[in-house]
Design a protein around this ligand. Structure first.
Ligand SMILES: [Zn+2]
Length: 82
């Protein structure tokens, strides 16, 4: 029962996945769901577009909160060190 499809013995760990992936066309990933999309697109769908803008808004809010906390901490440190 020898299934010799080809006499060639391929190396089991043949480096087929070259880092210079010539096969892959230039593409990017949807920022929301990470789907592969054409480089000219930002998102895979309108839903993801909306989702992303929501995320950005949330993130901006978080950044402000972080800044606020940092300021509070610095002020507290200054006050306690006096
Ligand atoms: Zn998407």
């Amino acid at each position: 029962m020898a299934k010799g499809e080809s006499g060639l013995k391929e190396h089991p760990k043949a480096p087929r996945h070259g880092k210079k992936g010539g096969k892959l066309l230039q593409h990017r990933h949807c920022q929301v769901c990470s789907k592969a999309i054409p480089i000219s697109e930002e998102y895979c769908s309108d839903e993801c577009n909306i989702e992303f803008s929501k995320l950005v808004k949330k993130r901006k809010g978080l950044v402000y909160i972080m800044y606020g906390m940092i300021v509070v901490i610095i002020v507290a440190m200054i006050l306690t060190s006096i």
